[in-house]
Design a protein around this ligand. Structure first.
Ligand code: OAD
Length: 260
């Protein structure tokens, strides 16, 4: 089905889900995970930083790495794909954004309340009592923004929780941790109830997040994939648009509502 038909699907849709992965933010300059050479994991083993055991063993190393990632996100901007998703929300009131990304680029592009299945770099919390910690209360990470690429694993001792004194941790889901049940059930409910789901910029390899497009397909929705490469989700996609988020999504939105 050519892009034009996907645009017609979008124009006629009553309930849309945008399910996004790291590729959604790639054109903003945020590294993906598995892209060889440029992906984050091309340069470090996630098991050394993205696990509860890693944080327990060396909180400063793990906190420093996430502060470096957060500073990196703060230095970039939403791309035309993020803005196109926000535009879909303005045309189709029943649109839900479900993201695996921990950046805040959907929010900064105007998406109201994306569901962050894997948490966010911008919602730190106490590692013991889980009390949320506002970013404004954190000391500016002195060198996170300026740390050269090669020192991305520079150590920054995490702040202490004001309530119990335990170390503050990043608000992201680590390997071996469960997703928030609230986020997962909200995402599953949205996928079950939509009539059109876009899966954008995800390899579809990590569960339970990768189940979301299948939930939509099983409930009768049309699934449109936007990705320059084949993925594990090719099998569930009714439409495979081979291209990047920042190119394809704005084109679809323009075609869908050309006269409005
Ligand atoms: P991956 O790095 O696994 O996949 C990124 C996908 O984006 C690939 O399929 C690329 O082909 C595609 N891509 C790259 N550039 C793109 C662009 N400009 N436009 C559209 N697509 C593009 O990232 P995710 O699938 O998001 O979980 O990874 C899923 C999860 O694995 C992450 O949320 C993370 C990781 O474990 C946690 O940290 C819990």
């Amino acid at each position: 089905m050519p892009e034009r038909d996907a645009a017609e699907l979008l124009r006629d849709a009553k309930r849309v889900v945008a399910f996004t992965g790291a590729g959604m933010s790639a054109e903003s300059g945020v590294p993906t995970f598995r892209d060889a050479l440029t992906g984050l994991w091309a340069r470090f083993d996630p098991k050394t930083l993205a696990t509860p055991a890693a944080f327990a063993a060396d909180p400063a190393l793990v906190w420093g790495w996430y502060e470096w990632r957060r500073a990196g996100v703060e230095r970039v901007h939403p791309n035309a794909g993020h803005r196109a998703v926000a535009s879909i929300e303005s045309h189709v009131p029943n649109t839900v954004v479900i993201t695996q990304n921990v950046d805040d680029l959907h929010e900064r592009a105007g998406s109201g309340t994306p569901i962050h299945l894997h948490g966010s770099l911008f919602t730190p919390r106490c590692s013991s009592c889980s009390r949320p910690v506002s970013l404004s209360s954190l000391p500016p990470s002195p060198d996170a923004a300026s740390r050269p690429e090669g020192e991305r694993d520079g150590r920054i001792p995490p702040p202490q929780c004001a309530a119990c004194g335990a170390p503050v941790r990043p608000g992201v889901v680590w390997f071996g941790e469960e997703l928030s049940t609230d986020a997962l059930s909200a995402a599953t409910e949205a996928a079950f109830g939509c009539d059109l789901l876009f899966t954008v910029g995800t390899s579809g390899l990590v569960y339970p997040a990768a189940e979301i497009p299948y939930v939509a397909a099983r409930s009768g929705a049309t699934v449109v994939q936007i990705n320059p490469e084949p993925t594990a989700l090719d099998a569930v996609a009714d439409v495979n648009l081979r291209g990047t988020a920042a190119r394809i999504l704005p084109e679809l939105v323009a075609r869908a509502w050309a006269d409005r």
